[in-house]
Design a protein around this ligand. Structure first.
Ligand SMILES: Cc1cc2nc3c(=O)[nH]c(=O)nc-3n(C[C@H](O)[C@H](O)[C@H](O)COP(=O)(O)OP(=O)(O)OC[C@H]3O[C@@H](n4cnc5c(N)ncnc54)[C@H](O)[C@@H]3O)c2cc1C
Length: 418
């Protein structure tokens, strides 16, 4: 794809000016910026129809971004969590639903990729993982396969508090999967679903979690249910039913026990939804500045910036945005295997702040810009609705972030009350 990177206005870029970026990071963010205006143009239709952004995925494929987090040895771009997050937030400025679903796809390569490299595995597990992930990565890089990440089941499992109810039973040459996943973004669009399930055996625990790639056309897999939500409508997050779905041994995206290790030792793996909402917050701020300056395309060039109350509201939005961005960028510095406790708590605080502030910045944007700004021909009301969904995303909902911070701040490991 011939990518022409538009000049990036640092006021509305994800990092702002003077943030240290490598050449590869600048290139990848530039690609995302170059796709952005097209994504923004299509966003209204996907939202209205609650339809999947197929055209955007064709563009992501052509631009080489489907392989963003596939390691370079396997033909991908080799993005780490920081680079992924900056690219994802850039996409989030233009189309929240595309950025959110791109999270599911990209993490299906980030986790078995760079993240798994840092985890402990036996020699046999490592060899098995190399064989299996080569298959997954080749599909993404060579065939443009799209992966989804259906974890949620409507129980405590996706919150990280109980084993998954979807079960995988070992059979000759593979596994038989039975169960149900709710809110499966990319449902009906993904070529593979990266399903978290529990090995079907006596006395199951969260340590028995398996991570399986199930083909979208596997016999026994059904997509069901309506999809007509408040926001993030282009994610098309319907229900998946698994009835004796067979997958071969190489469907394992991580060896037995390794997902549990990742979830325990690499907490920042669960922060990857937040860049989408960082992008939405920037978009709402940018819209507000342009609107009050009378610069929004398709609107009469009426200026509203001279009213002191509007100036105060913009200042308040700016303060919130910079507070949010500062935590976001700091969190990306913290991300690593076995981070210290203060970094883990900061990750919860960051996720909470991004999800809550994105919605608050959108709320302020509508109040400040006024009635005409929330009409459907402008993006603000969609940003507002999309931003409302961030705090609901498991395993780190806004409530669960507070829950974890409160508990972990007051108790050290092993401590209990009489
Ligand atoms: C637009 C959108 C896209 C989504 N895409 C995906 C996707 O691709 N993949 C995916 O796996 N999920 C996805 N989700 C689902 C999301 O991550 C949550 O799982 C879902 O919103 C939970 O809905 P619920 O009504 O079951 O919520 P809740 O009832 O809030 O949560 C479910 C369970 O989690 C536990 N829990 C929740 N809050 C607490 C708390 N404060 N303390 C203790 N336990 C708690 C409880 O056991 C509760 O029953 C998506 C959601 C949305 C809105």
């Amino acid at each position: 794809m011939d990518v022409t990177v538009p000049p990036i206005d640092p006021r509305y870029s994800v990092t702002g000016s003077s943030y240290p970026l490598g050449a590869k990071q600048r290139e990848l963010i530039g690609i995302a910026e170059s796709l952005g205006p097209r994504f923004a143009q299509r966003a209204e239709r996907y939202d209205r129809e609650a339809s999947f952004p197929f055209e955007n995925y064709a563009d992501l494929k052509d631009a080489g971004l489907l392989g963003l987090c596939v390691p370079q040895d396997f033909g991908g771009q080799g993005a780490d969590l920081r680079t992924y997050s900056l690219v994802s937030a850039t996409l989030g400025k233009y189309c929240g639903a595309t950025a959110l679903t791109f999270n599911m796809h990209a993490c299906s390569t980030l986790w078995p990729g760079i993240l798994a490299d840092a985890l402990d595995m036996t020699k046999e597990q490592r060899a098995e993982h190399e064989r299996h992930r080569a298959i997954h990565f080749r599909r993404v890089v060579d065939e443009g396969a799209i992966y989804a990440q259906p974890f949620s089941e409507g129980s405590a499992a996706a919150a990280g508090k109980a084993p998954f109810g979807t079960l995988a039973a070992k059979v000759e040459g593979g596994w038989l999967i039975n169960g149900k996943k709710i809110f499966a973004s990319l449902s009906g669009a993904a070529h593979y679903y990266g399903v978290l399930c529990t090995e079907d055996k006596a006395e199951r625990s969260m340590r028995d979690t398996l991570y399986m790639a199930v083909p979208g056309n596997a016999p026994g897999l059904t997509v069901t249910g309506d999809w007509d939500p408040l926001g993030m409508r282009g994610t098309v997050s319907r229900t998946l039913l698994f009835k004796d779905v067979f997958v071969p041994d190489e469907a394992q995206m991580m060896p037995r026990g390794v997902y549990y290790q990742a979830a325990s030792r690499w907490p920042h793996m669960f922060t990857t939804l937040s860049p989408t909402y960082m992008g939405i917050a920037i978009a709402a701020y940018e819209f507000t500045v342009r609107y009050l300056r009378g610069e929004v395309e398709g609107m009469p060039p009426v200026k509203r910036r001279m009213y002191p109350t509007k100036q105060i509201a913009v200042a308040e939005m700016f303060v919130k945005l910079e507070q949010t961005r500062a935590l976001f960028l700091r969190m990306l510095d913290d991300a690593r295997l076995d981070p210290p406790k203060d970094a883990r708590l900061r990750a919860y605080a960051t996720q909470y702040t991004i999800m809550e502030n994105a919605n608050d910045i959108c709320r302020l944007a509508i109040r400040t810009c006024g009635g005409q700004s929330m009409l459907k021909n402008l993006p603000l009301e969609r940003l507002y609705r999309d931003s409302r969904c961030g705090a609901l995303m498991l395993p780190w909902t806004a409530e669960l972030c507070l829950d974890r911070i409160g508990r972990e701040a007051l108790y050290e490991p092993g401590e209990a009350d009489d």
